[in-house]
Design a protein around this ligand. Structure first.
Ligand code: NAP
Length: 262
């Protein structure tokens, strides 16, 4: 991979890599090739071996289990980051979950339990993570998360996840306002559809993926590598004047109301 920036000496924490297709990994690859030291957290022990494989060429990489909804896990994670890395220049939140049933039926049928789960894992977790990370964030540090356009427009079956993404985008603005005084920036990347494990749990994803490509001005979907490059930009000094924003990397599909057949 061509190195776009030099981040030697910078430290980053990436949360939410399940495998090589994960958007968190696409961003981590850019950070690693720019020379940053990258630590990873993962939800379940079954993901550890996948991360060990992905980071094999970076011996000593900090890998720590942390459920993003567990205060105890977050305390332990940031304690370890503090003792091993000292501080952080970048945090990547690449975490989302909603029970599959909540994405199969009508939005109106969303149960309070599914609402709470989706909101807690997919939106509140960014707030908790920023609170735990705050003492470690260095001047000029940058935090990013990943969102989707279903926060702004109705996307069939996205249901409560669309509402959770709207909350994530609003939380991004409030967190940016809180952390700005320390010179810390918070932004979210609105990615177009990408073939990842999380996407597989969205009913009708394949058809959504094809429609988004056909409608977009570029006639295709954006790639995970393009998400990675935007991540690198937002986590670097190149974006030093940008905070509280939702920035799209979707080959332009969100600007189109419709596309007519030729
Ligand atoms: P992914 O590879 O499945 O990554 C999602 C990650 O979230 C997984 O590692 C998952 O771990 C983790 N996670 C879920 N609940 C967690 C919890 N309580 N604590 C810690 N980690 C937890 O899918 P992805 O598509 O790259 O998703 C990354 C982000 O991109 C998400 O916010 C997603 O909404 C967003 N996004 C995706 C698309 C797309 O089309 N793929 C488009 C726009 C935005 P487990 O595997 O253990 O559950």
């Amino acid at each position: 991979m061509t190195t776009l920036l030099d981040l030697t000496g910078k430290t980053a924490l990436v949360m939410g890599v399940a495998n090589a297709r994960s958007l968190g990994w696409a961003i981590a690859e850019q950070l690693l090739s720019a020379g940053a030291t990258v630590a990873f957290s993962y939800q379940g022990e079954r993901l550890r071996s996948e991360l060990e494989k992905l980071t094999a060429q970076y011996p000593g990489t900090l890998l720590q289990q942390a459920d993003a909804t567990s205060e105890a896990d977050l305390s332990a994670l940031f304690e370890r980051v503090k003792s091993e890395l000292g501080g952080l220049d970048a945090v990547v939140h690449a975490i989302a979950y909603a029970p599959r049933e909540a994405m199969e039926g009508r939005f109106i049928e969303t149960t309070p339990q599914d609402w709470d789960t989706a909101m807690s894992v997919s939106a509140y977790s960014l707030v908790g993570i920023c609170r735990h990370a705050e003492p470690l964030l260095r001047e000029g540090a940058s935090v990013i998360s990943l969102t989707y356009h279903a926060s702004q427009k109705v996307v069939p079956k996205y249901n409560v996840m669309g509402v959770a993404k709207a909350a994530l985008e609003a939380a991004t603005r409030y967190l940016a306002a809180d952390l700005g005084a320390k010179g810390v920036r918070v932004n979210t990347i609105s990615a177009g559809p990408m073939r990842t494990i999380a996407a597989r749990s969205i009913p009708g994803f394949s058809s959504m993926y094809e429609k988004a490509a056909a409608t977009s001005p570029l006639g295709r979907n954006a790639s995970p590598q393009e998400v990675g490059k935007l991540g690198l930009f937002l986590l670097s000094d190149l974006s030093s004047g940008i905070t509280g924003q939702t920035i799209y990397v979707d080959a332009g599909s969100s600007i189109m109301a419709m596309k007519l057949d030729d």
